[in-house]
Each structure stands twice: as structure tokens, then as C-alpha cells.
Design a protein around this ligand. Structure first.
Ligand code: C2O
Ligand code: CU
Length: 374
């Protein structure tokens, strides 16, 4: 689709017994179109359908997926890439590289091996890296210099030329790379996996991917936006872990927590329209958590208490022991999911909501309602 266009999408559930929905991950759209069962709609049963209508305000790389039983349904294939093209002419060679894991098998697009594609040298290329799996992926590019030009569906201005670095893309995250196609082959690889993509101009040796040091958005390019001088509200998001009961007390397992509570026992973060809000993440658990906020982008401005070059993210990897401070501008009324995009973690408690004062939802979740977003 193009930026600003009104789009209508009809979801038809032919035969998925557990029900389905579609969430448009990273698109800051009106709350009613957000596609979360039990929050913005009822899940769509077999034989049912649901119509989404929205405009995507920003060109960029996104993806979509079911938000009903998502830990299971996304892994099994109910996902896809969503590209919002700019009004101005886009790069002539626009390539999506979506990494997934299906039943333990790594995929890039629909292939479980390296693919090769004939291309014309000299063409400007935009390579859209998407990670739809549950854990971080490291991509590497060999045979060309490149720049990171967008992160999570927002342009990243002023980035310098890179070569040989690894691009860590959190679960649910997107990074766009750009380069002019050289006269020799370019190879995209995913660390530890046999998938890949070779852009082949027809001659020259295909280089090996090096997977050098991790690219760090915190020290790259120009600030994506100014950091607010003051905040109306400050919220802590302390991520931890404890033992808890599942399946009505029949199973004891680890539970992920925010401020000591696991879903559904945790309070929502309440905003007022127009607020400038600070969320301070800290991770005291024994895993990384790619935290995803629906309906808004977060301006990341500090890590471990030190300022960074601000960038926009909707899916921010909070590593073990890390702290991040982000700014959120409250201008999209609704009740919004805020959860870990390692989806089994979400299914084990790492879910909360951001809600606006005075806004509620007529939808209900829980096994009695057929709405189980995680
Ligand atoms: Cu892509 Cu609530 O998620
Ligand atoms: Cu997590």
C-alpha cells in the first residue's frame, strides 16, 4: 500500500478452529482497527469474516499477524510482510527479507535455503529485514557497503556507511538497509542459519558473510526527534520472573512479570490525551524481552542511564540487566496492548496495556469468551 491511502482488508476465517484476527504490527492506526481479540474485536470464528479499514500514516516496513492465540498461530504461519511505500518514487529494487521459524525450521520468505536473484548493477536497493520469530536474529550483508535507513517503520536520518557489521533485529522488529547494487554479487545471511539471499548481477564471486560486531542504533545517525524537556507522567516497567501456576493451578512454571505482577493481574498504564510520557524499562529476569507497544512509537533516548542518539522503535529489545528510557506521545486514543514479542513469554504473563483515561472496551478476554490474544 502507499502512505496515506485508505485501505480495506477483509479477513475470512475458512477453518481455523481457535479463531483468528489480524494485528497490523507497527502501524499507528485507529484503535478499532488494531486487530487484538478481546481488546479491539472478538476473534473471528471459522466461517466468519471481519473488515479492517485504515490509513497507514508513515511509509515503512511493517508486518501483520494473528493476535488470537498468537504464540501458536504466528509460529504456524498466520503472518506476512506489510510494506507501506512512500508517495515519492521508491527505490527501484525493493526487497523484503522476512525471517521466521516454522516448527523449528528457519525460513527466509518462503524458503528454507539460500535463494539467488538476478539483478541489474547500479540500481538503488532497499532491503527490508523483518523478524517474525520469537527471538532476535542477526543478519549480515557481504559484498557491499550499506546504510541503515529505517528502523521499525520510521526513517533513520544521517546514518553513515557500514560494512561487515551484524544487524540484530529483535523479534517483531524491522530494519531497512539501502545501497546501490554493485557489479558483483551481494549476499544476505542470517547468523547460524542456512537461509539467505544472493543478489546476482551475473558475474563475480559470491562473498562470505562475516557477521562482525553488532550494529548499535544508539550511536548511529542523527537524532530521529528531539527528546522532550519534561514529562507529564513517568512509568516504571520492571521486568522480572517468578514461579506461578498455569492451567487453573495444575501446572507450575516460570511466569514473567511486570512490576511484580503477571497478566491479567497487572494494572494498566493510564494516559491522558496530549501527555508526554516516560517509560523506564529495566530487566531483572534471565532473558531478553523485545517489548512491543501497539498504536504508538517509542522515542528511545537513554540506555543504562546514559543518553543515546534518539531513534523511534515499536519493538525494543531489552537485554538482560539493561535499562532503557523512552518517550511516548499520547495522541492515539484507545486501549493498546503492550507486551513482549517473544510470544511464548507473552503467553506466560508478559502482557500489559496502555489505556487512555475515559476509554474502555466492550470486548472481553479469557477462555470463556473465545478471545485469547496470546
Ligand atoms: Cu506483533 Cu501485539 O503484536
Ligand atoms: Cu520476553
Amino acid at each position: 500500500m502507499h502512505e496515506g491511502e485508505l485501505v480495506e482488508a477483509t479477513l475470512v476465517n475458512r477453518d481455523v478452529r481457535e479463531g483468528v484476527s489480524i494485528h497490523w504490527h507497527g502501524v499507528d492506526l485507529p484503535n478499532a482497527e488494531d486487530g487484538v481479540s478481546g481488546v479491539t474485536q472478538d476473534s473471528v470464528p471459522p466461517g466468519g469474516s471481519y473488515v479492517y479499514r485504515f490509513r497507514a500514516p508513515y511509509a515503512g516496513t511493517y508486518w501483520y499477524h494473528s493476535h488470537q492465540h498468537s504464540a501458536d498461530e504466528v509460529e504456524r504461519g498466520l503472518y506476512g510482510a506489510l510494506v507501506v511505500l512512500p508517495r515519492r518514487p521508491a527505490e527501484p529494487l525493493d526487497i523484503v527479507a522476512l525471517a521466521h521459524t516454522l516448527h523449528g525450521v528457519p525460513l527466509l520468505g518462503s524458503s528454507d535455503r539460500e535463494e539467488r536473484r538476478r539483478v541489474v548493477p547500479g540500481m538503488p536497493v532497499r532491503l527490508r529485514l523483518i523478524n517474525s520469530a520469537d527471538i532476535l536474529r542477526r543478519f549480515g550483508l557481504a559484498g557491499t557497503d550499506f546504510r541503515v535507513v529505517a528502523i521499525d517503520g520510521r526513517e533513520k536520518p544521517g546514518g553513515g556507511v557500514l560494512n561487515g557489521v551484524s544487524i540484530p533485529v529483535p523479534a517483531g522488529g524491522r530494519y531497512d538497509l539501502a545501497f546501490p547494487m554493485p557489479p558483483k554479487p551481494v549476499r544476505l545471511g542470517v547468523r547460524g542459519e542456512h537461509v539467505g539471499l544472493v543478489l546476482d548481477p551475473g558475474r563475480g564471486v559470491t562473498p562470505e558473510v562475516q557477521f562482525g560486531a553488532d550494529f548499535d542504533p544508539a550511536i548511529y545517525g542523527a537524532p530521529s526527534a528531539p527528546v522532550p524537556a519534561r514529562f507529564d507522567r513517568h512509568f516504571a516497567v520492571n521486568i522480572g520472573r517468578r514461579l506461578g501456576f498455569f492451567e487453573g493451578g495444575r501446572r507450575l512454571d516460570w511466569q514473567w512479570t511486570i512490576n511484580g505482577k503477571a497478566f491479567p493481574k497487572m494494572p494498566m498504564y493510564m494516559l491522558r490525551s496530549g501527555d508526554t510520557v516516560e517509560f523506564s524499562f529495566s530487566n531483572h529476569s534471565h532473558a531478553a524481552h523485545p517489548m512491543h507497544l501497539h498504536g504508538h512509537h517509542m522515542l528511545v533516548f537513554a540506555r543504562d542511564g546514559r543518553p543515546v542518539t534518539p531513534w523511534w522503535s515499536d519493538t525494543l529489545e531489552i537485554g538482560q540487566g539493561e535499562r532503557y528510557d523512552v518517550a511516548v506521545f499520547a495522541k492515539n486514543l484507545g486501549v493498546w496492548m503492550f507486551h513482549c514479542h517473544n510470544l511464548p513469554h507473552a503467553a506466560h504473563g508478559l502482557v500489559t496495556h496502555v489505556a487512555y483515561e475515559g476509554v474502555s472496551t466492550p470486548f472481553r478476554m479469557g477462555s470463556a469468551t473465545h478471545n485469547e490474544p496470546e
